[in-house]
Design a protein around this ligand. Structure first.
Ligand code: ATP
Length: 333
């Protein structure tokens, strides 16, 4: 039996905007999403802001009803049998909500164990197991208010696992977590999947997705644009080379000029304080150093590094390809 089956899932939000005369607008957040996740699989859902990832997860975990389409978790329909679905799933979202700061980690877990109906005999053993899994043994009697972001996130995961769910939804678990804590968090997630829990993960960190996920769906504009193993997604840009160029003050007109250099397949910019890293995808073997650097025309440049395409490059290519047709439409209802 499959862990998750989503079949042509759609969700449209209706809201009122405008003053003094408000009008009804509809946003098609998810526009026909179909995928399957096998038991024990670690499945990633990637996509830009507003792509429809959270909406998809909320339909799968029974917090939102689909406008149309169906979804099943271990065979239980999310709309017709939400109680059975809830018994099989746990939900962990990034950020600060959902824990009691004044209580210790142990008391938080005891409280939620009561709430989730974990039997008194099972509670103590389960809590000890989970503290061990998420690496909080020895810190469990401290109040959560003194916890770092990474520790909170690991406690969130323990909370989401109290009732032995078969599927765990992790919505941006590493948001705001420093690199070292994020590495520990990844290890926790990998251990969890290795122990047989099915994990559906959303993240904006491509390296995290590359390291953890068995398969990834890239979603943009409410539709799946690519689905496969990290390797198969990367092979989509296997015919390219990438130049990473450090620049100081390259504006949109400069990046447009770079994009127009013959042989350049795409360019993206990541701001790092005063410095920018401009990643330029070129045809493989095209040796475009000189014309690409010339296109920066007077902008101060730092290091230039040539490298193989990464999952992030594949992701950018997929999302840019989708961009023309994919923006969620707001239409007057
Ligand atoms: N309650 C709501 N009412 C109206 N529109 C909404 C609502 N929730 C989300 N949307 C819209 O639906 C679209 C998809 O949002 P969603 O939160 O699912 O995206 P996401 O991929 O999770 O984004 P992010 O990475 O920013 O969390 C967006 O255009 C968003 O503005």
């Amino acid at each position: 039996m499959l862990a998750i089956e989503a079949d042509a899932l759609r969700r449209t939000y209706t809201s009122r905007t405008g003053w003094p005369r408000s009008r009804r607008t509809e946003t098609e957040a998810v526009r026909g999403v179909t995928f399957e996740v096998k038991p024990g699989e670690l499945f990633g859902l990637l996509g830009p802001n507003g792509a429809g990832k959270t909406t998809t997860i909320k339909m799968l975990n029974t917090l939102l009803l689909p406008t149309s389409g169906t979804a099943r978790v271990f065979g239980h329909d999310v709309a017709r049998d939400p109680v059975a679905v809830r018994h099989r799933i746990g939900y962990v979202f990034g950020g600060d909500r959902g824990l009691y700061d004044r209580l210790s980690a142990l008391d938080n877990l005891r409280y939620f164990a009561e709430l989730y109906g974990v039997g008194a005999r099972d509670q103590k053993r389960r809590i000890a197991e989970l503290l061990d899994l998420v690496g909080l043994v020895g810190r469990e009697k401290e109040r959560v208010e003194g916890y770092s972001r990474g520790m909170r996130q690991r406690l969130h995961i323990a909370r989401g696992l109290l009732h032995h769910p078969d599927v765990l939804f992790l919505d941006e678990p590493s948001i705001g977590v420093d690199p070292v804590a994020a590495r520990d968090l990844r290890r926790t997630v990998a251990d969890l999947a290795a122990a047989g829990t099915t994990v559906l993960l959303t993240t904006h960190y491509m390296a995290e997705a590359d390291e953890l996920c068995d398969r990834i769906a890239v979603i943009a504009g409410g539709r799946i644009r690519a689905l496969g193993t990290p390797g198969s997604l990367k092979s989509r840009v296997g015919d390219r080379d990438v130049l990473d160029i450090e620049a100081y003050g390259a504006g949109d007109e400069v990046i447009d000029r770079v994009r127009r250099v013959p042989g350049v397949r795409g360019a993206s910019v990541e701001d790092r304080g005063a410095m920018q890293t401009v990643s330029v995808q070129t045809d493989r073997g095209a040796e475009l150093h000189a014309p690409v650097l010339a296109a920066f025309d007077g902008v101060r440049l730092g290091r230039v590094v040539s490298r193989e395409p990464s999952l992030e490059d594949a992701y950018i290519a997929i999302v840019e390809e989708a961009a023309g047709s994919a923006a969620p439409e707001e239409v007057p209802a």
